[in-house]
Design a binder for this molecule. Structure first.
Ligand code: FE2
Ligand code: FE2
Length: 189
């Protein structure tokens, strides 16, 4: 029984470690990584929104959740055209980024400070996705997959837009926090 289990584990590993002899193979491998990353996010974003205190931040995370579903759909469309399976990879980087974000959200402290921390976790996720989509978009162009390149570019732009929105939110939350701190100082005097 145990031998059989070990054999299955080895077969699974070999399946996950496909060979990379061509740009197309790398393209598919990286698309699978992103597909898994996006699916992890579908589960993590609602928890992140719940942990946020600011209504604006909650809204921003929730609207990015909807976009994330679109990103998954686009990847499925690309895989269908490639006649490849989107599953089979675990994005360890996204797993780590989400774990760090959840760790932070569990901490106690001032709401605005925790919100600033949630934003920073979310921005790290966006930057990972921006790097990933930038690469696969370029590969799609090089490989002559015009339609896929257009879809990947749309996702890339939405990730970048989210990152910008998060920066603006962070500035407003941190500014409010600074103003509060100043008021407290005045009170102490
Ligand atoms: Fe995404
Ligand atoms: Fe994203």
């Amino acid at each position: 029984m145990r031998v059989e289990q070990n054999r299955n584990v080895i077969i699974q590993r070999q399946k996950n470690m496909s060979k990379l002899n061509s740009l197309k193979e790398l393209y598919v491998e990286e698309l699978r990584d992103l597909y898994n990353a996006e699916n992890q996010l579908l589960k993590a974003l609602p928890k992140m929104a719940k942990a946020a205190s600011s209504e604006e931040l909650k809204d921003a995370i929730e609207s990015h959740l909807e976009e994330t579903q679109t990103h998954v759909n686009r990847l499925e469309q690309i895989f269908e055209e490639l006649d490849e399976d989107p599953k089979g990879k675990t994005c360890k980087a996204m797993k780590g980024l989400i774990e760090e974000g959840q760790e932070l959200a569990k901490q106690k402290g001032k709401k605005s400070v925790l919100d600033a921390g949630i934003i920073s976790s979310a921005q790290k996720v966006e930057h990972y996705e921006i790097a990933g989509y930038g690469c696969v978009r370029t590969y799609a162009n090089l490989l002559g997959f015009q339609e896929a390149a257009t879809l990947l570019q749309s996702t890339l732009e939405e990730e970048a837009e989210t990152d910008k929105k998060l920066t603006q939110l962070a500035e407003s939350i941190i500014n409010a926090q600074a103003a509060e701190a100043e008021e407290e100082e005045v009170e102490v005097k």
